[in-house]
Design a protein around this ligand. Structure first.
Ligand code: SF4
Ligand code: SF4
Length: 283
């Protein structure tokens, strides 16, 4: 009796399980189908924005990228997927600048960790979500990301040129001042400039004619020392006196000779005479 009861109990459970299963099947039978019709639905297909398919450069509307060839992404890539080739170019202000030549990315060895994107200081790269990257040969997975033609260096603005010129001038002035200060600080070089008379100039010219720099330096130093002493011993300049027309003509005639000694003598004599005349007039 007990076995008949168990039989029907098991049968009931089996039928209930069958109905439950058919219930799920029936529900799915009437549910609208969502099968992707790839590749026919390429245009409408939704791919998550954060899906990492391949690395690419971010180009602006003018076709410029922001990569400065710093190599940070290359250094941070754990797989050696990125290779950066650089070149040096001359800039308008005469300096050298490192520029990107080729940015090579091997999609075949990329693990999509995104370390390169996160460490780029200029946000020059990103991952696209273009998932169709299948190719028939591995070599085609190696891509040059800077594929657009390189733009020439931008021309400097007038303000930049003016700033550059001002800085250059300031640097030259600073260098000159530094050199002069150094020279003045050097022992034995701080001799104040003295005016050599004709005789001394001739002696210096004779020394220079020998071509011996040591001799020239010695003669020059001796002459300058003598001129300095002479200037120090000279009496204080007499107060200026007004020369009359006759005296002025005589002085002009002396000046025409070009002999400084003669000029000085004539000038002194004329000034002395004018002074005496003025004193007599006052008495
Ligand atoms: S995502 Fe990772 S593995 Fe791929 S290139 Fe960037 S750093 Fe290298
Ligand atoms: S992509 Fe970014 S990190 Fe890589 S070299 Fe260019 S600027 Fe540097």
């Amino acid at each position: 009796m007990g076995s008949i009861k168990d039989y029907f109990s098991g049968l009931g459970k089996g039928v209930a399980s069958l109905v439950k299963g058919l219930e799920v099947t029936g529900k799915e039978f009437v549910t609208p189908k969502i099968t992707e019709k790839y590749p026919d639905n390429r245009e409408e297909m939704h791919v998550a924005q954060r899906f990492r398919a391949t690395l690419q450069f971010i180009y602006d509307k003018e076709g410029n990228h922001k990569c400065i060839a710093c190599g940070t992404c290359e250094r941070n890539c754990p797989n050696g997927t990125i290779t950066i080739e650089t070149k040096m170019v001359d800039t308008w202000d005469g300096k050298k600048k490192k520029k990107l030549d080729r940015y090579v990315y091997d999609l075949g060895s990329c693990t999509f960790c995104q370390l390169c994107v996160q460490t780029c200081p200029t946000n020059a790269i990103e991952f696209s979500n273009d998932f169709e990257q299948a190719v028939f040969t591995r070599s085609k997975l190696v891509k040059q990301l800077n594929y657009l033609p390189e733009k020439p260096e931008p021309k400097p603005t007038p303000e930049q040129i003016a700033k550059f010129e001002a800085e250059k001038k300031a640097k030259i002035e600073a260098a000159k001042a530094a050199a002069a200060a150094k020279k003045a600080a050097a022992p034995g070089t701080a001799v104040p400039a003295v005016e050599l008379d004709e005789k001394a100039k001739k002696a210096l010219a004779a020394a220079e004619a020998t071509g011996d720099p040591e001799k020239i330096a010695k003669v020059k130093a001796a002459l300058e020392k003598a001129a300095k002493m002479k200037a120090a011993q000279a009496p204080a300049a007499a107060p200026a006196v007004e020369l009359d027309e006759k005296a002025k003509k005589a002085l002009a005639a002396a000046e025409a000779t070009g002999d400084s000694e003669k000029i000085a003598k004539v000038k002194a004599a004329l000034e002395k005479a004018a002074k005496l005349k003025a004193e007599k007039g006052n008495a």
